[in-house]
Design a protein around this ligand. Structure first.
Ligand SMILES: *Cc1c(COP(=O)(O)O)cnc(C)c1O
Length: 393
């Protein structure tokens, strides 16, 4: 059966696998930095691309290849590249596609480091940027200049849970010959397939849903076009943000249960969002699955499910947020998301405490805003945990 005809769970388990010399049932970890050549001619042929051998792990490694091929299949792409972190993937995309006097249009509420590296580092090399609300298609159109090379979208955003119409945004960008990269970390390929919607590159922090077990930091990009792939691969090799074989091995194991994990968490997330929306101590809940979400219809159309991420506002500001953090007992008080364990975070007292209230509110972070990543624990246990902590506020 051809791989691309198989169902998603089948691909998760088998895509990208190859048989090693011992018939190992899983892809083994080739924890080697370098590979032997058969002779001088073979070495020369490998470097020239005339032979298929492995050379050096920064350039390529069987364990990493298997994961890259699996991810490419899952995203319906041409090929994938795995990285040491999500940020290594982001910085490689910027480095490969931007340059002196070139311009990027990006989602304003994008992952903090994806924004900061443009403002702090790429700006020093003459890269220009515009951060706009990409959920507003006119804002994208208006931000495009003659030197714009890349549209970088994150959807849904964090923690504001705003959704950009990938298909329409890509149509606008392509009219101007601009490449489109979508950070798909919040959805994973199970819930959203940006390449099918017209994007050219899809990017992941595999630290989150793809690995799913809070034990790997990693990243990936998958492209549709062989030329864009080649360009990005070469920049990755020079910049050196490659994944390590052991990271790839753990990720290959973690990703097999992606759909099972997300199915369980998504069903719970919907129930929890409804519970919170009805709770007298909660001012609002933002979750794409709720009818109250302003882009609920777009989410239904663009996503295969509503994900496991939500934010909500506990009444009573910073103090109430802190009390909730200090009184939950099951939910893990930590950043990151998309793991088997439920995670809770209060940006105003934690990650964004260093910003002024005004700067926080400009980023959509109100004092009582809580970010919640629903894990695979039993839904009633997660609700009981929230219920107990909310009673104490
Ligand atoms: C975590 C995250 C990143 C960065 O990934 P790392 O693996 O932490 O380097 C990028 N984008 C999004 C949306 C993220 O959540």
């Amino acid at each position: 059966m051809k791989e691309n005809k198989q169902g998603f769970n089948t691909k998760l388990v088998h895509a990208g696998d190859y048989e090693d010399m011992y018939g190992s049932a899983i892809v083994p970890v080739y924890q080697a930095s370098t590979f032997k050549f058969k002779n001088a001619k073979h070495g020369g042929d490998c470097f020239a691309g005339r032979a298929d051998g492995y050379i050096y792990t920064r350039i390529g490694n069987p364990t990493i290849d298997a994961l890259e091929n699996k991810l490419a299949t899952l995203e319906n792409g041409y090929k994938g590249i795995a990285f040491s972190s999500g940020m290594a993937a982001v910085s490689t995309v910027y480095m490969a596609l931007l340059g002196q006097g070139l311009h990027i249009v990006s989602t304003n509420a994008i992952y903090g480091s994806s924004r900061a590296i443009l403002e702090r580092d790429f700006s020093r090399f003459g890269v220009e940027y515009s951060f706009v609300d990409t959920s507003n298609l006119n804002a994208i159109e208006n931000a495009i200049r003659s030197n714009t090379k890349l549209l970088f979208i994150e959807t849904p955003t964090n923690p504001t849970i705003e959704i950009t119409d990938i298909q329409k945004a890509a149509e606008i960008a392509h009219k101007h010959n601009i490449l489109v990269c979508v950070d798909n970390t919040f959805c994973s390929p199970y819930i959203q397939k940006p390449l099918d919607l017209g994007a050219d590159i899809v990017l992941h922090s595999i630290t989150k849903f793809i690995n799913g077990h809070a034990d790997v930091v990693g990243g990936a990009i998958i492209t549709k076009d062989p030329d864009v792939y080649k360009q990005l691969r070469q920049t990755m090799i020079y910049l050196g943000g490659n994944m390590d074989p052991h990271q790839a091995y753990l990720t290959s194991r973690g990703v097999k249960t992606l759909a099972l994990r997300m199915d369980k968490s998504q069903v719970s997330a919907m129930t929890i969002a409804q519970y919170l929306e009805a709770h007298p101590k909660i001012a609002w809940v933002k979750y794409p699955g709720l009818k109250s979400h302003p882009q609920h219809e777009l989410a239904k159309q663009q996503m295969n499910g509503f994900g496991t991420m939500m934010s909500f506002e506990v009444k009573g500001g910073i103090k109430a947020g802190e009390m909730l953090m200090d009184n939950v007992q099951l939910a893990v008080l930590a950043v990151s998301l998309g793991g088997v364990e439920t995670l809770i975070q209060h940006p105003a007292s934690m990650t964004h405490a260093g910003l002024s209230k005004e700067a926080r509110e400009e980023a959509g972070i109100t004092d009582g805003l809580v970010r919640f990543s629903v894990g695979i624990e039993e839904c009633e246990d997660i609700i009981a945990d929230l219920d107990y902590a909310l009673k104490l506020i």
